[in-house]
Design a protein around this ligand. Sequence first.
Ligand code: UT7
Length: 322
Amino acid sequence: MTDRRTIIRSVGAYLPAQVMTNDDLSKIVDTTDEWIQQRTGIKQRHIAAEGENTSDLAAAAARKAMENAGITIADIDLIIVATTTPDMTFPATAAVVQQKLGMHHGAAFDIQAVCSGFVYAVATADSYLKNGLGKRALVIGAETASRLLDWTDRTTCVLFGDGAGAVVMEMGKPGEDRGVLATALRSDGQHWNKLYVDGGVSSTRTVGHVRMEGKEVFKHAVGMITDVVYKVLDDTGNTIADLDWFVPHQANKRIIDGAGVKLGLPPEKVVVTVDRHANTSAASVPLALNTAVADGRIKRGDLVMIEAMGGGFTWGASLIRW
Ligand code: UT7
């Protein structure tokens, strides 16, 4: 083991210009602003423009993250994009992002762990950099989830939105008291058919639409989230009271509140963006991180827990000294 940790040097984000409110949605499907807000906490979501692809959102977030770090693409040698909505079946969206950023060196690949994708990508970059395979990574969560929705299905189309968030990760200095302290990743494929897309290259040769047993997902979510949160706290000798910020996957305010109550977290330590962004899948955690860094809540030295849970099921958490 090295005494050097990977640190998160900067964050950036991008949201498409078009905002769709709950009232806008009520003109398309049989729903109301009241129902959506009561059951999910969502007030609005951003929707990518025609011709605006996941790689465009990802590249825009990456540019912001590099600008905030004061570096250029020449300083990056790894791009990981966590996404469930790739521009194309192949190549990896990360390769398209690499082209858009003008990078001809290093490596680029995608990670597919649905809503947990960003946590999986942080863990992957952490291991990759610690093992000396690269020096500095762009870790991006980016989605055009709106393209996977059945806009006649009110049980799913009200829940999701588009967006991207990115972080720059690099090795810290020896002995530096910050960085990724511990990560726990989990999956249990027996649950795949509770939250999935009913199309795919090998099965139907179509893209498909999101299908979900909402109540089943809800039932498992809080327990899975708290399980990995306690695991990384135990692994690092920390307790809930030590946390400065809890940055959860933004799927549903009731799930976030349920996890917060079970963990005994004061609500003011929980970063919530689901009201403005809806569920942006792999983009939700870096978008929330960007919000709380930009408004001055998350500061250098803070202890930050990120977590996510989604299709697969997959779930995970990472404890980061900012
Ligand atoms: O990253 C993980 C991604 N997914 C999730 O986190 C989803 C987890 N699940 C949930 O968030 C919730 O289960 C939902 C928000 C999806 C649904 O909330 P719920 O409290 O579990 O509602 P429900 O499915 O039990 O539906 C209650 C009622 C039903 O009507 P009846 O059968 O009681 O007459 C639904 O048909 O609400 C109806 N309903 C709607 N009504 C207005 C379902 N969707 C809508 C809608 N507008 N959009």
